[in-house]
Design a protein around this ligand. Structure first.
Ligand SMILES: NC(=O)c1ccc[n+]([C@@H]2O[C@H](COP(=O)([O-])OP(=O)(O)OC[C@H]3O[C@@H](n4cnc5c(N)ncnc54)[C@H](O)[C@@H]3O)[C@@H](O)[C@H]2O)c1
Length: 243
């Protein structure tokens, strides 16, 4: 049975976004992928627009064109980046960049698609935050801009719930993707060391995250809103142990 839903997905060409893109297509969604980089999948229901999601002019113009041509039911803001530095070296330009990419783009996309969702009385918005919002050395700009998504998620849930629109955040722990590999390369013994510090004793996969995004995007998940779902192998739990 065909799904008549249309999802706008940012960063759907690689990593976690690629898993979400594949799962959305398999579930019958039409997918509009906004990514800097090309996508290796060809599918009749997939369109990739090459834009820089940190450039809000580009985002607004692409979103206006999409909103004029499609009824977007589902918005998934997954594109993200790290700008790692200890506090002494944090640059204002990195803070500004990540605030545009993680928060500004979400606001611009939301403003473009929420009116039609409201008219239809249905919408699903899911944003990719991070376990690092609980604190992680060198992640000042990253954790601050991702924590801002959580405040936005809770606020939009309040404002949009009466219109049938749910808004949730997913907070991944370490997931093996290009972003993770930029921190810990393949073959580095820290891969195993990080895995052994997690309660589940393994690193995550993009599919671990996509599964939860798909659940929250489902029409039947309408009683869940304003929540942050930690999908992190237990990395969000306290580290204290008497054993
Ligand atoms: N991998 C992890 O361990 C991890 C952990 C917590 C949170 N996250 C978050 O999950 C999301 C996906 O992460 P990932 O690991 O798959 O990242 P990734 O770097 O492997 O892939 C990111 C995708 O987004 C695209 N992208 C990045 N910046 C863009 C921009 N300015 N404009 C358009 N497209 C852009 C890239 O081209 C790529 O296709 C990010 O928001 C990230 O912060 C990842």
């Amino acid at each position: 049975m065909g799904n008549t839903k249309t999802a706008v997905l940012t960063g759907g060409s690689a990593g976690i976004g690629a898993a979400i893109r594949r799962d959305l297509l398999a579930a019958g969604y039409t997918v509009i992928n906004l990514d800097l980089n090309p996508c290796d999948q060809t599918h009749s229901a997939l369109q990739t627009l090459h834009i820089d999601v940190s450039d809000l002019g580009q985002v607004r113009s692409a979103a206006a064109k999409i909103a004029a041509a499609h009824h977007v039911t589902t918005l998934i803001h997954n594109a993200g980046a790290l700008r790692s530095a200890l506090i002494a070296n944090v640059k204002q330009e990195d803070l500004d960049f990540l605030m545009r990419l993680h928060v500004g783009a979400l606001v611009a996309l939301g403003q473009a698609f929420i009116p039609a969702m409201t008219r239809a009385g249905f919408g699903r918005i899911v944003t990719l935050t991070t376990r690092a919002i609980l604190g992680l050395e060198t992640r000042t700009a990253y954790s601050a801009s991702k924590a801002a998504q959580v405040g936005l998620t809770r606020t939009w849930a309040l404002e949009l719930g009466p219109s049938g629109i749910t808004v949730n955040a997913v907070a991944p722990g370490p997931i093996v993707t290009d972003q993770f590999r930029s921190v810990i390369p393949a073959g580095d013994p820290r891969n195993e060391a990080v895995a052994q510090r997690l309660p589940v004793r393994r690193l995550g996969t993009p599919e671990d995250i996509s599964r939860v995004v798909m659940f929250l995007a489902d029409e039947k998940a309408g009683f869940i809103t304003g929540q942050t779902w930690f999908v992190c192998g237990g990395a969000s739990l306290g580290a204290m142990s008497y054993s």
